[in-house]
Ligand binder design. Structure first.
Ligand SMILES: [Zn+2]
Length: 96
C-alpha cells in the first residue's frame, strides 16, 4: 500500500519506530536485515541436519554399482542446497 502523499515517516510494523521511505505494513531496513539474518541461520541449520542425515544414509548403504555411488555423491550437496533454499523461503514467509 503506497503511503499517502505528504507523509514522510511511517511506523515500522516490527519495531514501531517512525522511518522515512517505507509504506504501511513494511519493516524498516534494520528489521529486514535482522529478519534475513534469522532466516539464514534457520535455513543453514536445517540444511546441515538434512545433509548429515543424507550423508549417514548414503554411507550406511554400500553402493551396488558406480551409478549408485555417483548418485550418493551428488545427493549430499544437492540436499544441502535444496533444503537451504526451501527452508529459507518457508521461514521468510512464516516467521513473524
Ligand atoms: Zn523496524
Amino acid at each position: 500500500m503506497p503511503s499517502p502523499p505528504g507523509w514522510r515517516e511511517v511506523p515500522c510494523v516490527a519495531c514501531e519506530r517512525f522511518v522515512e521511505g517505507i509504506d504501511f505494513g513494511e519493516r524498516c531496513r534494520d528489521c529486514q536485515r535482522q529478519r534475513a539474518r534469522r532466516v539464514a541461520v534457520i535455513a543453514r541449520r536445517a540444511a546441515l541436519v538434512a545433509t548429515a542425515a543424507t550423508g549417514a544414509w548414503v554411507l550406511s548403504r554400500p553402493p551396488a554399482s558406480p551409478t549408485a555411488q555417483w548418485t550418493g555423491i551428488i545427493a549430499v550437496p544437492a540436499t544441502y542446497l535444496l533444503v537451504r533454499v526451501i527452508v529459507g523461503r518457508l521461514a521468510m514467509e512464516l516467521l513473524p
